[in-house]
Write a protein that binds this ligand. Sequence first.
Ligand code: ADP
Ligand code: MG
Length: 210
Amino acid sequence: MSAVDAAALTAWVREFARLVHEQRDALTQLDAAIGDADHGANLDRGMTAAVAALEATPSDDPAAVLKTVATTLIKTVGGASGPLYGTFFLRAAGALDGDDGRALATAVRAGYDGVVARGKAERGDKTMLDALGPACDALDEALGSGKPLGEALGAAAEAAAAGRDATEPLVARKGRASYLGERSAGHVDPGAASSTLLVQAAATALAGEG
Ligand code: ADP
Ligand code: MG
């Protein structure tokens, strides 16, 4: 039986880590334009450590997989994005109840709400929320209309990428980029770019599950 179980979530985390590693320099370049040029390095370090932690202490409990990622990111990623991604995975772990697509959608929505609560940003502030929010909406909508999980995650990944691209003209209102004021416009937000990779990784790794 296919399911969004511990093995499937581990595959998601590994694919996210792979994409972050591959895109590390591109993420850092985005952060060089409107931040301090550390986002790719930060997240690559954190996700490499998260994969190592999952290998060191494998678990059959899906929530434990997400929790290990959360605590590792909080420990190893400096900057704003570490605690925010950590909160995403921690809240998702706490809300995970079941192993189907709906359970996954509920968990990632809780993760998104956790990032909102922790970072006190809104959509349109030019942050990771601009990719994660539309992705959660698209996932809920697609599952609600009866689409299989693979298709729903594909729609979520498209929504995330559109949200990422839509950050380009925005003026940042949260985080380090907000210090630049109007000069932050004209650049894609690095956190929106990395969050899009998180959703793309789910679409690749979980397509056949739940
Ligand atoms: P830092 O800005 O501390 O160097 P990173 O470069 O790792 O941290 O991450 C920057 C990203 O974090 C931004 O591109 C943005 O997407 C995200 N971010 C910053 N502040 C917030 C916030 N309050 N809420 C949501 N996301 C945020
Ligand atoms: Mg930075």
